[in-house]
Write a protein that binds this ligand. Structure first.
Ligand code: FAD
Ligand code: NAI
Length: 454
């Protein structure tokens, strides 16, 4: 069967590309080997947020006395949390399937392998059926990095070492959970399981958590979670995983911590195995598919979008990259820009950031000014956050006074950060932002407060 476009992988990059392509009239085939919706909908963004919301409701009820609300015997029913999470996932996946149908996309459920090229286009095989596409879009996403730490393989087989897939479906709350990797997945899962009652220990190789997050904000997040009882072992190297314990080393000294379950969350890597990329000569660079700003690979009419290109590994990046690919296929001018992609950590408090941090601006030699203010400058924040210690930081470039970075920790940061991204994307200057009207009282007013400090 011949198609204008074959898309391999039905995650955010693949399904959105398929929707857009189908909507624009391209005869489109989408091949997905597991579940439509990909990692994001089935074992990533959405299920984790469903769990985190339950934790937030639980924490609100438990600590309601600060706000004059007394609730007795508050407990978490983890089974019900997972059931609700599954319902949320099901609703969203069926919504995606409905949209694909509406866009007249053909969906094939099976493993896709590129087998070559003929006069009509690229040949792809799935479920022993051959398909040909004038163009190809590879959107096969990513999978967890698993290091050959002694005991890991056995732990994965026996079920006490988990990845994001298994942890989001755990039947019961483990008494103790050791999280290897204090990045985004690690911190979000630490947040849920700490609220749910596990003794959580995060073992992180670096001397700080939360990767490229603004350093001061990462420190505030660390303190908040230490206060909640999460233990952090920083500068620690895991050397062995046993049933019931994780052995780690700090400055050459071996120590161990009890672990009913161990979560491996030390990063993700692009999925390219078995795809047959070599059959058509697609270039890889350290495991990722190399693409240009239009999403093109080195092979004509072969595009790649989402985690598989290894640039930013976020669902919203995948969406935009997919759109850029489709626009270019349709002959519309469009390029991918990465300077205003928001990042969020859905912990409680939430962390949101976009653009340069002080650290990256210094590394790049950008001359900048930064303003940091307490979230307590926002009336709504004070009303809703007893004892809150959130901050907001705004960075501008010295020469043009353009907004180049906004970083915050506190309530609604995940929702507010979009507005900051818009400011960077549209190259707003301090003076432009000063003229904007922010609704009052809101936490987003904090950006306005910070701007008037310049
Ligand atoms: P994927 O979602 O990985 O989809 C790729 C699809 O391709 C998969 O369904 C796979 O089965 C399929 N596939 C692979 N090979 C083949 C083949 N040969 N044939 C057919 N099909 C194939 N990002 C955010 O922006 N916000 C968040 O809050 C967030 N939370 C996350 C939480 C967790 C626990 C994890 C693990 C990730 C999270 N992410 C989040 C990241 C986000 O999930 C990814 O960036 C996003 O899913 C990438 O989309 P994608 O389409 O590139 O790949
Ligand atoms: P990550 O890159 O965010 O964090 C991995 C952490 O593990 C880093 O801090 C790293 O220093 C540490 N690490 C690496 N090797 C280690 C070792 N041997 N021992 C101890 N620590 C080690 O990766 P993570 O958390 O696995 O998430 C993968 C990706 O998924 C993220 O990069 C992000 O793109 C996406 N994601 C996004 C979310 C969001 O947007 N809210 C939520 C969850 C995931």
């Amino acid at each position: 069967m011949n198609y204008d476009l074959i898309i391999i992988g039905g995650g955010p990059a693949g399904y959105l590309a398929a929707e857009r392509a189908g909507h624009a009239g391209l005869n489109t085939l989408l091949i997905e080997k597991r579940f439509v919706g990909g990692v994001c909908l089935n074992e990533g963004c959405v299920p984790s947020k469903a769990l985190l919301y339950s934790a937030k409701v639980l924490d609100g009820a438990k600590h309601g006395e600060k706000y004059g609300v007394i609730a007795a015997n508050v407990t978490l029913n983890h089974e019900a949390v997972i059931e609700r999470k599954n319902k949320v996932v099901k609703t969203l996946v069926s919504g995606i399937k409905g949209k694909l149908k509406k866009s007249k996309v053909t969906l094939v459920e099976g493993f896709a392998e590129i087998v070559g090229k003929n006069a009509e286009g690229y040949e792809v095989k799935a479920n022993d059926q051959a398909y040909t596409g004038k163009r190809l879009l590879i959107a096969t996403g990513s999978m967890p990095v698993i290091l050959p730490i002694p005991g890991t393989k056995e732990g994965l087989e026996k079920g006490y070492v988990l990845t994001n897939r298994e942890i989001l479906d755990l039947k019961a709350i483990p008494a103790s959970l050791v999280i290897v990797g204090g990045g985004v997945i690690g911190l979000e899962m630490a947040s849920y399981f700490n609220s749910a009652g596990s003794k959580v220990t995060v073992v992180e190789m670096l001397d700080h958590i939360a990767g490229y997050t603004d350093g001061e904000i990462a420190e505030i997040l660390l303190k908040n979670y230490q206060k909640k009882g999460v233990e952090f072992k920083l500068g620690a190297k895991v050397v062995e995983i046993r049933e019931g314990a994780v052995v780690y080393e700090i400055n050459g000294q071996k120590m161990s911590v009890e672990a009913d379950k161990v979560l491996m969350s030390i990063g993700r890597r692009p999925v390219t195995e078995g795809l047959g990329l070599e059959k058509i000569g697609v270039e890889l660079e350290r495991g990722r598919i190399k693409t240009d700003e239009k999403g093109k690979t080195n092979i004509p009419e072969v595009y790649a979008a989402g985690d598989v290109n290894g640039y930013s590994m976020l669902a919203h990046t995948a969406y935009r990259e997919a759109e850029v690919c489709i626009n270019n296929i349709l002959g519309k001018k469009d390029i991918m820009r990465y300077n205003a992609i928001p990042s969020v950590i859905y912990t409680n408090p939430e962390v949101g950031g976009v653009g340069e941090t002080e650290e990256t601006a210094k590394q790049k030699g950008i001359e900048f000014e930064a303003v940091k203010i307490s979230m307590m400058y926002s009336g709504r924040y004070v009303a809703e956050n007893e004892g809150g210690d959130g901050i907001c930081k705004v960075l501008i470039d010295k020469k043009y006074r353009k907004i180049i970075g906004v970083h915050m920790i506190g309530s609604y940061a995940s929702e507010i950060i979009y507005g900051a991204g818009l400011m960077i994307e549209t190259e707003m200057r301090v003076e432009d932002v000063k003229e904007l009207v922010f609704p009052h009282p809101t936490v987003c007013e904090i950006i306005r407060e910070a701007i008037f400090e310049f």
